[in-house]
Design a binder for this molecule. Structure first.
Ligand SMILES: Cc1cc2nc3c(=O)[nH]c(=O)nc-3n(C[C@H](O)[C@H](O)[C@H](O)COP(=O)(O)O)c2cc1C
Length: 323
């Protein structure tokens, strides 16, 4: 019998899982499950929530779970624990993404300080306020990614930014031209009460789904996204040296550490991942960083111009696998 039974205490479980479920995930699929033990928990990929067209290798699914893992580590630190993480501990079980053992002392203060940012983070898809991102904040974001074994490559020349914006528009055109991609997107447009997906008012759902399924809006969306990229206060590629599940999990933790660090500097972020998702464009985006590697996400960051409501989440109980 283990000496401590932290995860048999309901308050601790709720503190950890309450943080975990607030991680960002592609199309708000929330593709994670947990199995609880007295002193540890398993983070498990829920591949029934995969996006086979948008994300055929489950790369973004693993990144989303990595973001959830970072939230768990931060919440553990805030509750006074050290989270000892073994990534991909079982070669025979690809769904078991991490085993997290909790130790009751020695919590990382720097991690605990990010706790309040978890609930304040939003994916901010609108135009940002015109404020520039301070150099100290940029450095903090770069350090945050580095600490998790990934790199945040800031695109800071006009030429690289312009080229990235063009790749985003090219990516939009390729994705919207694909009816399967549009059907998959429409299937994840949900009324708010459902607790997952890209939420919208209940009455708007049928029409919005029909429009997305039926019309190739690649041109209009591409023009808007090109402008968003072009005028972003900060545009940056999050990339890794490798492109295996362990790299994706690291990229997810790096993403979330970058996002939470950004919130502490008054910043929010959103994604322009089209040139990563369209395979032919991915090496071209990586080239803009000037380094060899694998682009995982293209992020825009800035000061939000307004407050946004939180996106919906499934209840905590839904992600726990009963023994
Ligand atoms: C790996 C990953 C990829 C994402 N890709 C996109 C994207 O291409 N476009 C977009 O608007 N949002 C993208 N998102 C954001 C999600 O849609 C968002 O996290 C989700 O809807 C929940 O909203 P929230 O982040 O405000 O909590 C992505 C998130 C993750 C983790």
């Amino acid at each position: 019998m283990p000496a401590h039974t932290m995860l048999e205490d309901r308050t601790t479980v709720e503190a950890l899982l309450g943080a975990l479920i607030h991680a960002p995930s592609s199309h708000n699929t929330q593709p994670w499950l947990v199995r609880l033990y007295p002193d540890a928990l398993d983070l498990i990929a829920d591949r029934t929530r995969a996006l086979p067209v948008n994300d055929p290798d489950d790369r973004e699914l693993a990144i989303s779970c990595g973001a959830a893992l970072l939230n768990l580590r931060v919440a553990a630190a805030a509750a006074g624990y050290v989270a000892d993480v073994r990534a991909l501990p079982d070669a025979a079980d690809a769904d078991l993404l991490a085993r997290v053992a909790l130790q009751p002392s020695g919590a990382e203060q720097a991690d605990a300080a990010l706790r309040a940012a978890i609930a304040a983070r939003r994916t901010y898809r609108q135009r940002f306020a015109p404020d520039a991102v301070e150099p100290a904040a940029v450095q903090a974001l770069v350090d945050a990614a580095r600490r998790e074994g990934a790199t945040l490559g800031v695109l800071d020349t006009p030429d690289a930014r312009l080229r990235a914006a063009e790749l985003v528009a090219e990516g939009d055109a390729a994705q919207w031209a694909n009816p399967s991609w549009r059907r998959e997107l429409a299937a994840w447009m949900h009324p708010r009460r459902e607790g997952d997906g890209l939420s919208m008012p209940t009455l708007a759902v049928p029409l919005a789904q029909a429009v997305v399924r039926t019309f190739d809006m690649g041109h209009g969306v591409g023009a808007k996204d090109r402008q968003l990229a072009d005028e972003s206060p900060l545009l940056a590629v999050l990339w890794t040296d490798g492109d295996a599940p362990a790299d994706w999990l690291a990229a997810g933790q790096a993403l979330q550490r970058v996002l939470l660090t950004g919130v502490r500097h008054g910043l929010q972020a959103s994604y322009l991942n089209q040139p990563v998702q369209v395979a032919a464009l991915r090496p071209k985006l990586q080239q803009l960083t000037g380094r060899p590697g694998y682009a995982q996400l293209l992020l825009r960051l800035g000061v939000p111009a307004q407050e946004l409501p939180p996106a919906p989440r499934r209840p905590m109980a839904d992600i726990v696998i009963a023994e």
